[in-house]
Write a protein that binds this ligand. Structure first.
Ligand SMILES: Cc1ncc(COP(=O)(O)O)c(C=O)c1O
Length: 390
């Protein structure tokens, strides 16, 4: 029997492509999946059938991104989240619960730092923060009851590079799980699991997406059992990625190699030129031979030192503010990893509530500028920076 037109508009069959495959990853903009019979549906609910039942538990476009990032990082699997913080929060929540002890590096991304403060103040988690550049300090902080060690491959804004093989070996002696935020390096420059990390987290909002048009996060697991525990928490939080974001990030991944080469080359060249400029007192970039983390970075990073650098201006607060407002090609904006060059003056924006002492504790001087090198022609970028420095 042919149904009425209004019914037929509702029940359009989903297309099934046979005999050829789409070249890119299609967007499965679907949160619910239909089944031919109750037995097949029950099997899916028990994890024995199709993994796609309801999109909070899994979606094919999102799963394609999870598989791609797990492969790049050398992990057993991955979980995509609605943002980098979604990935970090679900992971820490699953590993910690209430109580327990965490060791974290001193200068973490601000959102992770705020999360650790909440875990300490509201959930009774004990947090010890140490200089990750000093393995002896990390060793002294680790205890038999330390559940998690939180590190970043390349730290913001000083460009400190964590000696992952040494630090993960220390953590293993205490049975401590190591989480590494690999946002700044991407799996193209560093694969922390190869150096002993248990979990790698990313703000896919940054280099993976690459175009400042979407937000997302991914956590990659060396071990499938830990992935299952975190997946349960991610589902409870509902911190899942939506298919269009996964599609954009997947598309971003396909140019990550060429973009990262250019981001790194531009950052390195700008760091060298800034280092020689009379208005600049200090440049923080692990690619410079006199950076304290240069030797570790050479060992750990493959194909470049990252696209983010920071530099300090002799004129302090006013010089920093004026520089941030005088650039014309580079853009005054938060975030990083975009194809466009972005600059930030933390002392007058993100860190403006801190006095000189607070800024020093955060590793930010009054004249510090953070620059995320884009993929523009480096001569155009240098002309812009040189003019703004005048
Ligand atoms: C190193 C690092 N980790 C995590 C995050 C959080 O990512 P999202 O903003 O996607 O939640 C950021 C954001 O700036 C970051 O820089």
């Amino acid at each position: 029997m042919t149904h009425h037109a209004e019914t037929r508009t509702v029940h359009q069959p989903a297309p099934v492509v046979e005999g050829s495959t789409p070249l890119g990853v299609p967007i499965y903009q679907a949160h619910t999946f239909a089944f031919p019979d109750t037995e097949t549906m029950a099997a899916s609910f028990q994890g024995a059938g199709s993994p796609f039942v309801y999109a909070r538990y899994g979606n094919p476009t999102v799963a394609a991104l999870e598989d791609a990032v797990a492969d790049l990082e050398g992990g057993a699997g991955a979980i995509a989240s609605g943002s980098g913080m979604g990935a970090i929060t679900a992971t820490l929540w699953a590993l910690l619960g209430t109580g327990g002890h965490v060791v974290a590096q001193e200068r973490l991304y601000g959102g992770t730092q705020a999360l650790l403060t909440t875990l300490r103040e509201r959930w009774g988690v004990e947090v010890t923060q140490v200089d990750a550049g000093d393995p002896a300090a990390v060793d002294a902080a680790l205890r038999p009851d330390t559940r998690v060690l939180v590190l970043e491959t390349i730290a913001n804004p000083t460009g400190q590079v964590a000696d992952l093989p040494a630090l993960t070996a220390l953590a293993r002696r205490h049975g401590t799980t190591v989480i590494v935020d690999n946002t700044f390096a991407t799996p193209l420059l560093c694969r922390p699991i190869e150096h002993g990390a248990d979990i790698v987290v990313h703000s896919a909002t940054k280099y993976m997406g690459g175009h400042s048009d979407t937000i997302g996060g991914v956590a990659v697991f060396a071990d499938a059992g830990t992935l299952t525990r975190v997946r349960e928490r991610t589902n409870e939080f509902g911190a899942v990625m939506e298919p269009f974001a996964a599609w954009l990030i997947n598309r971003g991944l396909s140019t990550l190699g060429v973009r990262m080469r250019r981001h790194c080359a531009n950052a390195e060249e700008l760091a060298r030129r800034l280092d020689r400029h009379p208005a600049v007192t200090r440049v923080h970039y692990a690619g410079l031979p006199d950076h304290p983390g240069h030797a570790t970075a050479r060992e750990l990073l493959d194909g470049g030192f990252g696209g983010v650098l920071a530099f300090e201006l002799a004129g302090g607060l006013e010089a920093g503010r004026s520089f941030a407002e005088r650039v014309r090609l580079a853009v005054l904006a938060p975030s990083l990893g975009d194809v466009r060059t972005l600059v930030m003056h933390p002392a007058s924006t993100s860190h403006r509530m801190l006095d000189a002492e607070g800024l020093a504790r955060a590793g930010v001087s009054e004249g510090l500028i953070r620059l995320s090198a884009g993929i523009e022609d480096v001569e155009d970028l240098w002309a812009d920076l040189e003019r703004a420095l005048e």
